[in-house]
Design a protein around this ligand. Structure first.
Ligand SMILES: [Zn+2]
Length: 261
């Protein structure tokens, strides 16, 4: 009985040992499988994280590697229509259409990396209803945008008007005390004279000492009066998509040439 008991104990121990081995193997296999699944997930996560990082890095790089910042200001907007054309065209609308095209042209050029900031992207002004002087509030805010952006250049887009309807042509204005502003104006004016028929008589850039935006920004700045809304032919052209594109391309070429110097 004792022997028999010993044999029985021995058998029991073998059985327990065997079961333990089987159990251990099972645990090992399950653990291995589970860990292999986790590895896959982990890899995907790493890969995703990596992609995510790459995207963030790209957008950071885009900002950090922009060689220049250009602010393009579409003059007027909101309650301020600017000049009203011979056929009722509103200067504020044409300004915005050309400004948007100029942004696209500058940002897609392949020579230098330019980041463009627009002072407005829709028909609005930088004022609140309670502002007693909406024009002043608007102008102050536009200058603030330029100075906060640490811009290299400001291009303010406008359209002109005159009591005599025969007057036409694009003209660039700069602050008379700014040498670099003058240089920028000359570069853009030269391009405009070469590209636009309306400028065949050869308008030249003009100094000014009282335009608010030219006086209150810390970078070379110009006002580009793209044409006269008081001249029937030029007013019609300035509303034409292709002509607006030509104006924007011409101004863009001047800006790029100036920045490359
Ligand atoms: Zn204007």
């Amino acid at each position: 009985m004792l022997y028999g008991g010993a044999t029985c104990m021995f058998e029991k121990n073998r059985l327990v040992g065997l079961m333990s081995v089987v159990l251990l193997c099972a645990v090992f296999i399950v653990t291995a499988l589970f860990s292999s699944c986790n590895d896959n997930d982990g890899k995907e996560n790493v890969s995703n994280d990596h992609d995510g990082d790459a995207v963030v890095k790209d957008s950071k790089e885009e900002k950090e590697t922009a060689d220049f910042t250009v602010v393009v200001d579409a003059g007027h907007g909101g309650v301020d229509p600017g000049k009203v054309g011979i056929d009722g065209q509103l200067e504020k609308d044409i300004n915005l259409q050309i400004a948007l095209k100029l942004k696209e042209i500058l940002e897609s050029n392949e020579d230098i990396n330019i980041k463009v900031i627009l002072t407005r992207t829709e028909d609005m002004g930088h004022y609140s209803e309670s502002d007693s002087n909406k024009k002043m509030a608007d102008m102050k805010k536009r200058c603030e945008i330029v100075n906060n952006a640490d811009a290299d250049v400001l291009i303010s887009i406008h359209q002109n008007s005159y009591h005599s309807s025969s007057v036409k042509g694009a003209q660039v204005f700069y602050y008379e005390g700014s040498e670099r502003g003058h240089e920028l104006a000359t570069t853009i004016q030269t391009k405009l004279v070469g590209a636009l028929v309306e400028n065949e008589k050869g308008r030249v850039e003009k100094a000014n000492d009282n335009y608010y935006i030219l006086l209150n920004v810390s970078c070379p700045a110009v006002i580009v009066e793209c044409g006269f809304l008081s001249n029937p032919d030029e007013a019609a052209k300035l509303c034409d998509e292709e002509y607006q594109k030509l104006v924007a391309e011409t101004v863009g070429k001047g800006v790029i040439e100036f920045l490359e110097k």
